[in-house]
Design a protein around this ligand. Structure first.
Ligand code: SAM
Length: 222
């Protein structure tokens, strides 16, 4: 279902430019665009040198905002490709006094343009679209080309924390991590049976929990 463009979206994005990097990429070839570097000035954005955690596909940003409140000593960068969606997170952030979240309105494919190698301590993949059709396999956020990007961004020993409601995507991702040489630190096939301290429930997670569906979780190390 197509989402209606929010009213005055461009003006609203502009009003958030202090907490949102929203580049207008002229090169639509993401692989090529990623080679022309335009690194985020993390030190300037956050005014500190704290570790960076990156959420990919943050949707409306609920997870990033809650995590930031719980972990003031971590800088959270929340990435989302759809401006119509990320705007909600940006506007919610501006209503708070949280200083350790920055939004990035780009596709994950182009991440190496904005981050140098080895600068992210942890990546979160929360309820990424499972894209079960074989024809969309290359768009899955745990497809090898994405894992290669994550590997280059993560510090040595950096981790990926993934949650999904989709068993097929869980199994595919596990296999993909193994093939790309990640170390599997833990897996869980139903979070309600193995809750972990500090779990922050995302918008999609809440929906699936309310439906009584199992939530799968994988933690891997680079
Ligand atoms: C199912 S939603 C989950 C949102 C949120 N993480 C949650 O758990 O509630 C997946 C989000 O990932 C975003 N997404 C999918 N592929 C992406 C990509 N290649 N780059 C950036 N964002 C992407 C989608 O636009 C969507 O907002």
């Amino acid at each position: 279902m197509r989402m209606h463009r929010k009213p005055h979206l461009d003006e609203r994005l502009l009003a958030c430019s202090d907490i949102l990097t929203s580049p207008d990429l002229s090169d639509k070839n993401m692989k090529r665009a990623a080679t022309v570097k335009d690194y985020l000035d993390i030190k300037k954005i956050f005014n500190n040198q704290n570790p960076v955690h990156l959420e990919i596909g943050c949707g409306k940003g609920k997870f990033a905002l809650e995590m930031a409140k719980l972990h003031p000593d971590i800088n959270f960068v929340a990435l989302e490709k759809i401006s119509n969606v990320i705007i909600e997170g940006c506007e919610n952030l501006k209503k708070t006094d949280i200083k350790n979240v920055h939004f990035l309105n780009v596709r994950a494919e182009v991440l190496p343009k904005y981050f140098p190698e080895g600068c992210v301590e942890r990546i979160y993949l929360n309820f990424s679209n499972p894209l079960p059709k074989q024809s969309y396999i290359k768009q899955r956020l745990t497809y090898p080309r994405f894992l290669k990007i994550y590997k280059s961004l993560l510090i040595s020993g950096g981790e990926i924390w993934q949650k999904t409601d989709d068993r097929g995507f869980y199994e595919y991702s596990l296999q993909s991590y193994k093939e790309e040489g990640f170390t599997i630190l833990s897996t869980c096939e139903d979070l309600k049976n193995e809750p972990f301290a500090g779990n922050v429930v995302t918008e999609h997670e809440q929906k699936f929990m309310d439906m009584g569906l199992p939530i799968y979780r994988i933690v891997v190390k680079v």
